[in-house]
Design a protein around this ligand. Structure first.
Ligand code: MN
Length: 228
């Protein structure tokens, strides 16, 4: 492998969304010593990777959690939904660490049997840029996000109009907004971690956001060692 043992992080991408959208995720992963691997829609099975990152993006097809579409639902890319659900299942079966960001958190919740709030007011704050810290969240200090943050309250950006509705069995809520919005989740084994905000936009400026990626890549490194 010409990557000097750098952990390989699969990142699902959608050409319909445009390559530019994924650059901040790739940079955030590279900045903490890992190599991003693009996984486009239609990818049948995971290539050799040490971790899976499910990034932000459009809304998940509500049929996947047994609901009719709300009139306020946004664009849907069913190819991407199906691909991410499949690859997430494979990552879980292989015991790979997974990091979900925004839509990624929602995909994980749906994949594990939960549902989504199809439209939420007050959490899509784009007018001041993608790095604007829009609201505060309360964080469980013992959780992955809490350990990355080192405190129990952080300010986050907020670029979502959907959120977790019914929490899937097997997921624990680890952060909440003032209005109760699920802002982070994880599994008890710590392998699956997800946030509703966009730390890839903050990783250059805010230590907690960078540490979230560092800790994810550290888990990927451990899984690489275990499997070699
Ligand atoms: Mn929010």
């Amino acid at each position: 492998m010409p990557n000097n043992g750098r952990p390989r992080i699969g990142i699902t991408t959608s050409p319909r969304r445009g390559a530019e959208y994924y650059v901040p995720y790739q940079r955030a992963v590279e900045a903490v010593g890992a190599q991003p691997v693009e996984l486009p829609p239609g990818t049948a099975s995971l290539p050799p990777v040490d971790g899976l990152l499910l990034p932000g993006g459009w809304d998940v097809d509500p049929a996947l959690y047994g609901e009719e579409p709300d009139p306020k639902i946004g664009p849907i890319d069913r190819d991407l939904d199906d691909t991410e659900l499949r690859l997430f299942g494979q990552a879980r079966a292989q015991g790979l660490p997974v990091l979900g960001i925004c839509r990624g958190q929602q995909v994980i919740n749906v994949a594990m049997g939960g549902s989504l709030v199809q439209h939420l007011e007050g959490h899509e704050v784009r007018s001041f840029g993608r790095g604007h810290l829009a609201h505060t969240i309360d964080v469980d200090p013992g959780s992955e996000l809490g350990r990355a943050a080192g405190k129990d309250k952080i300010r986050v950006n907020s670029l979502h109009h959907q959120a977790i509705g019914t929490l899937a069995p097997g997921l624990v809520q680890t952060a909440r907004g003032d209005d109760g919005t699920v802002e982070a989740v994880e599994t008890s084994d710590g392998l699956i971690v997800a946030v509703q905000c966009h730390p890839e936009e903050l990783a250059c400026d805010l230590p907690w956001a960078r540490r979230l990626f560092e800790r994810f890549v550290e888990r990927a490194r451990r899984s690489q060692t275990l499997r070699s």
